[in-house]
Design a protein around this ligand. Structure first.
Ligand code: PZK
Length: 294
């Protein structure tokens, strides 16, 4: 019986079972934009996301237990605890963007949170808000109310997931802002372990699971440039592509510029040279209690 069994594919990731109680999460270098995976890869993108996730898991251990067991030497594979996943996405928004801005514009509310009048697109919210969503198979997650989320996971579990999500977001947004990156919003996935405790899973606080904006260009009143994908979006718009499958191949300069932005985000947030991560992925785990070399 093989010990590594392919369980499924995400748009840009693969999931394997390792025996019965562990999983292997592999982040590829594929990139998606406007919900379409492009035919051209961004070298090391999967390593950047895996390293960032590992960094946040190590630094937030005291806020919330997480599924991370080990980073593999390839820098893109994570061994993790197999959990019973909650059937909701735990979204936290600190700024008004995407569907949050749309909902506010049409109703004055986002997922049941009444917000002050007069906010504009990309504005910072007075306090971060928890806006759960369903996991749609299509990849188009749908915002749900707290009441709907409570029906799906139970009121007590939802309260705990909300508190953890807000605490994690506050910690990460503050850290990133000090390094000139705004984390406008982010999506967490939680599972429960054998003892029924909530555990942070999946990838966390990466540019694929969050909106990262360059703080030095922040201008409310319009959509913000993406820290990582703006060259790709600009190029795709320029080609006149109709945003349905298949996407356009990316030219070398767009690939190189995008790779540089991912690496820059990694180095800003972790304070670690990306070359050091490639040489020793566990470098991102050092400095947190219980991790690192003797
Ligand atoms: C789990 N996914 C999403 C990721 C895919 C799909 N620790 C865990 N325990 C149980 N299940 C999961 C996790 C995690 N993380 C994550 N689906 C299930 C996913 C990557 C590729 F195809």
């Amino acid at each position: 019986m093989p010990d590594t069994v392919h369980l499924g594919s995400g748009k840009v990731r693969e999931l394997y079972a390792l025996g019965t109680d562990r999983l292997l999460l592999v982040a590829s270098d594929r990139i998606s934009t406007f919900d379409v995976v492009l035919p051209t890869e961004i070298p090391d993108k999967g390593r950047v996301l895996t390293g960032l996730s590992g960094f946040w898991f190590a630094r937030t251990q005291s806020l919330c237990p997480n599924h991370l067991l080990a980073l593999r030497p390839d820098g893109r594979s994570t061994e993790c605890r197999r959990l019973a996943m909650l059937p909701i996405e735990c979204v936290v928004r600190g700024y008004l963007a995407g569907s949050g801005w749309k909902d506010y514009w049409t109703t004055g509310e986002v997922c049941g949170h009444r917000l002050p009048p007069g906010l504009t697109e990309s504005d910072r919210l007075p306090e971060p808000i928890f806006t759960p969503a369903t996991k749609a198979q299509s990849g188009h997650d749908e915002n749900i109310t707290r009441e709907e989320a409570a029906r799906l996971v139970g009121a007590d579990t939802l309260d705990a997931a909300e508190r953890l999500s807000i605490a994690l977001y506050r910690f990460a947004a503050r850290h990133a802002l000090g390094r000139d990156i705004i984390i406008a919003d982010t999506k967490f996935e939680f599972g429960t372990d054998g003892d029924g405790r909530l555990v942070l899973a999946d990838e966390a606080l990466t540019p694929d699971s969050s909106r990262f904006w360059p703080a030095d260009q922040y201008t409310p009143g319009r959509p913000q440039p993406s820290y990582d994908k703006q060259f790709v979006r600009d190029y795709c718009e320029k080609t006149g592509w109709n945003k349905t499958y298949p996407g356009p191949p990316l030219p070398a300069d767009v690939v190189a510029g995008t790779r540089a932005r991912y690496v820059e985000a990694f180095e800003r947030i972790t304070g670690i040279a990306f070359a050091d991560y490639l040489a020793r992925p566990e470098a991102v785990l050092a400095g947190a209690a219980g991790a690192g070399r003797p």
